[in-house]
Design a protein around this ligand. Structure first.
Ligand code: CFM
Length: 474
């Protein structure tokens, strides 16, 4: 598996080991791109920071919580349009965002007083919410504010509130992945075991590493409930703070995004003996297998089979319609972390598409290993790409569509490659049988939309787009 050298990165020789092409009959172990290292100086990374990974990926999907950033106001922004982790309590957690709004004077004199005032003001402004997460930022970490002590003081003065503190400043790791780890462990240490679980079934799971992007969690919960399985807590999409305090009571941890949440599963296994079971919620076949694995654990296989049969019968004809039209279309799978391996094989097997490239911004080598194992021969795999490498790859590979984030997506649009938002989705949910069909529909609409031709239109010449290019009407 030869390393791939980008023309645009010749001046950064260290980049060469961060991209490979999957060769014929090659063994995965012979070459993997380097991964989860500090970004190389001279390359412009698309990564986020460890504060973002803790707060915006894992913390804020919790629904019944005031999420307060202890830092400058700029650290706060990330709402509906950037992370669509909806909830069934009217989306409180994405409608409102809170910050202590640190200024220069706080850096000089400390911001603990400001923090205490902000906590109290926030609770007063939202009297129906009694739970809070406070997120340290680079600024508050550097001046050494003792957030725990302030939180403790408030909890003593306001006995009906409970506060979780996450110390994961932006510099706490090479990427957002460092923050995933920190908040996993912080939650486990501070909160798990503090609320008694409310057990209502013989089959009780936590659904872990699921963030309810546009309703993914709700689709999956429906299948679990139809199987008679109780979901004690979801870590963390549409999850409630108190339910998550009782995670220790589940019989099984069902893990979806292993990249962001394997840490808490592994520690729950070590501390409480709860087994970990990894699943895939995307694609008919992987989802069916996943439900069967859960059912097998509890000895209720026939319940899973019934759902698989019903859902397949309902949705397969629609998926087939898209499969015919998406067959052999070339796709670049360029998400942030685990979606490359959640999608790589099944988008080929079930939609007929050809995966020409996979990348990960912050995944570890294990993610790349799974992604490369599941994608097509000849695919280009890139770790932590920079913008120019993305452009060069698109020019060389000529994909029909890329599935990626907003920033590389905007670059793709400039060279008229259709893009779908792999993070917040276009028209989700994309999990579940119905979600997978919706995903296929979004891909179909993106590829077949005339918008990319229309964007070339020169109105002053009265041009009209045709299959062959442009014709002037005059
Ligand atoms: Fe897991 Fe995620 Fe992802 Fe992730 Fe993310 Fe995300 Fe993603 Mo954006 S937790 S690794 S840090 S599946 S926010 S819901 S879409 S990059 S591939």
């Amino acid at each position: 598996m030869p390393y791939h050298e980008f023309q645009c990165s010749k001046c950064i020789p260290e980049r060469k080991q961060h991209a490979v092409v999957k060769g014929e009959g090659e063994d995965l172990t012979s070459a993997l791109p380097l991964g989860y290292l500090n970004t190389i100086p001279g390359t412009i990374s698309e990564r986020g920071c460890a504060y973002c990974g803790a707060k915006h990926v894992i913390g804020t999907p919790m629904k019944d919580v005031i999420h307060l950033s202890h830092g400058p106001i700029g650290c706060t922004y990330d709402t509906w349009q950037t992370k669509r982790y909806i909830s069934d309590n009217d989306n409180f957690q994405i409608k409102y965002t809170f910050a202590t709004d640190m200024k220069e004077k706080h850096i000089v004199f400390g911001a603990e007083k400001q923090l205490k005032q902000s906590i109290i003001e926030s609770f007063k402004a939202c009297p129906h919410i009694k739970r809070m997460s406070i997120y340290q930022t680079c600024a508050s970490a550097l001046i050494g504010d003792d957030i725990e002590a302030v939180a403790q003081e408030v909890m003593e003065e306001m006995p009906d509130v409970d506060i979780f503190v996450c110390n994961s400043p932006g510099f706490g790791g090479p990427s957002q992945s460092g923050g995933h780890h920190k908040i996993n462990i912080a939650w486990l240490n501070q909160k798990v075991g503090t609320v008694e679980p409310d057990i209502k079934s013989d089959y009780v799971i936590n659904y872990v590493g699921e963030y309810n992007i546009q309703g993914d969690q709700e689709v999956m919960i429906d299948y679990f409930n139809r199987m008679g399985v109780q979901v004690l807590a979801t870590f963390t999409g549409n999850g409630s703070y108190d339910d998550l305090c009782s995670m220790h009571g589940a019989h099984l941890n069902v893990l979806e995004c292993a990249r962001s949440a394997e840490y808490i599963c592994n520690e729950l296994r070590r501390r409480y003996g709860t087994p970990r079971l990894d699943i895939d919620g995307f694609g008919f076949e992987p989802l069916g297998t996943s439900l069967k694995k859960i059912a097998l654990f509890f000895g209720i296989e026939e319940r899973a089979q019934k759902i698989i049969d019903e859902e397949t019968a309902r949705w397969k004809p629609e998926l087939d319609w898209y499969n015919v039209r998406l067959k052999d279309k070339k796709v670049c799978l360029w998400p942030g972390g685990s979606k490359l391996w959640h999608w790589a094989h099944v988008i080929h097997d079930e939609m007929g598409m050809d995966v020409v490239s996979v990348y990960t911004k912050f995944g570890h080598q294990g993610d790349m290993e799974k992604g490369i194992a599941r994608c097509e021969q000849g695919a280009l795999a890139i770790d932590d790409p920079n913008e120019l490498e993305g452009l060069e790859a698109m020019e060389n590979l000529q994909p029909d569509i890329i599935l990626t984030g907003k920033r590389p997506g905007e670059v793709a649009k400039k060279i008229r490659v259709p893009y779908l938002n792999a993070h917040g989705y276009h028209n989700g949910p994309w999990k579940g049988w119905e979600g997978w069909v919706r995903f296929a529909r979004d891909i179909y609409n993106a590829i077949y939309s005339p918008i990319h031709k229309l964007s070339l239109l020169d109105i002053s010449k009265d041009e009209i787009p045709t299959d062959k290019g442009f014709e002037t009407q005059r």
